[in-house]
Design a protein around this ligand. Sequence first.
Ligand code: AMP
Length: 488
Amino acid sequence: MSFAELGLMPELLRALHAVGYTTPTPIQREAIPLVLSGRDLLAAAQTGTGKTAGFTLPLLQRLATTPVLHPSNKHRIRALVLTPTRELAAQVEDSVKQYGQDLKLSSMVIFGGVNINPQRDRLQRKLDILVATPGRLLDHVGQGSIDLGGVEILVLDEADRMLDMGFIRDIKRILALLPTQRQNLLFSATFAPEIKTFAHNLLDNPAKVEVAPQVTTAERVEQRIYPVDRDAKKALLQKLIIDGNWQQVLVFTRTKHGANRLAEGLDSDGIPAMAIHGNKSQAARERALSQFKAGKLRVLVATDIAARGIDIDALPHVVNYELPNVPEDYVHRIGRTGRAGAGGEAVSLVCVDEHKLLADIERTIRQKLERVIVPGFEPDPNARPEPLRKPQGARPPRRDMPARGSAPARSGEGRPSGSGRTSSGYASEGRAGANANRSPNRGEANGNRSSDNRGNTAAPRAQPSPGGTRPQPSTGGPRRRPSGNGNV
Ligand code: AMP
């Protein structure tokens, strides 16, 4: 099937040709006709499936081909895309610009951590599509610099992450500002119960689309475990990089501190490396990422949240220097390699402390991973497991933390470090224990009170879900919604 057969207009087909996409991915095949029909959509699709184009392309076409739905709001925003992180917001808006290059639609991205004034100035002019993180969007609402009364299409991208990161109250406040008559698209990595409840309240008779997570689609990702002693991991990583002549390696650690230490260690040993995580400024993260993409930086060391939303095509090597606390993050991590049809290799350095994490991962992906022992790095059979490192400087979990999905105090997502508006100053990045899903932090959308412990314990679907729901007949456009749409 081609993009033309999905009903996309020539301007979009030209843009797709320019970026070199020839065949729609499964999520694009399913979602594009549904969104073009005007229906609400609930889509389970992870990063790496092509979901961004899955909603961006039909969104652009609907705006380009349908008259303004709320005519009195002629100069207001017609489409609003909410994302959990700055990086993802920037990437989505890049896609909007790229695919919409031949259309007369304007777009803008807003997120925290940067000066608000230029954003406010730009918001005074005509704007069709706004991509935003929730906190900074509400800052503009508070300043009266934004009018959401003309929104015809709302997209919640990575909605599961937004809930995990505690954005629920912000999202409710934003929903209450939107007109009731609009089209809603909700993308999430899973259909976890919280997402279903959220979607039930938000969406109007939605079509449902579900595509296999990356772990089942990326058959060409070779996965391997290297059992190794805790203290020999860095030396083994260096050996793998050098012996394998790996030139572009994404390495995951559990903690920001661990990411810094490893990057510094590799760098001082002559392997150019940088770390990205929530304590780094937006500029530093972007610098590291662009050097890595340009091939000037051999190793990028990242924590899970920092890595989420990074758009790098077909990374050849992903290394789990430390296994993640939640199996789903393993799936996300290895989804960074073998994308868009290219092969890739995902290796994990596993010490005795991580055997339980490994067992959880293998149970989740329903796969026993190959073990390879590197001569000279044989793990000590008598080594005793130690508790995984505690978060640096973190307070013990509080008993009064709000449950997942309930609303923490809004803490100014995306503000630069030192803005003094953190909700807790509680920068935990260590193990995700039973309390992780009660963290009041909202992760790295805010550079200074992030938590890499996310409570998302929902396991990914380990089997492909064939087909998903079939498209239903078009209803011709957005319908009048039941009242109380802000009530999610
Ligand atoms: P996403 O899941 O939206 O983050 O997209 C994952 C990656 O796949 C991005 O780098 C896209 O540029 C790429 N991509 C999206 N759609 C296609 C397609 N139809 N053909 C090839 N690559 C694609």
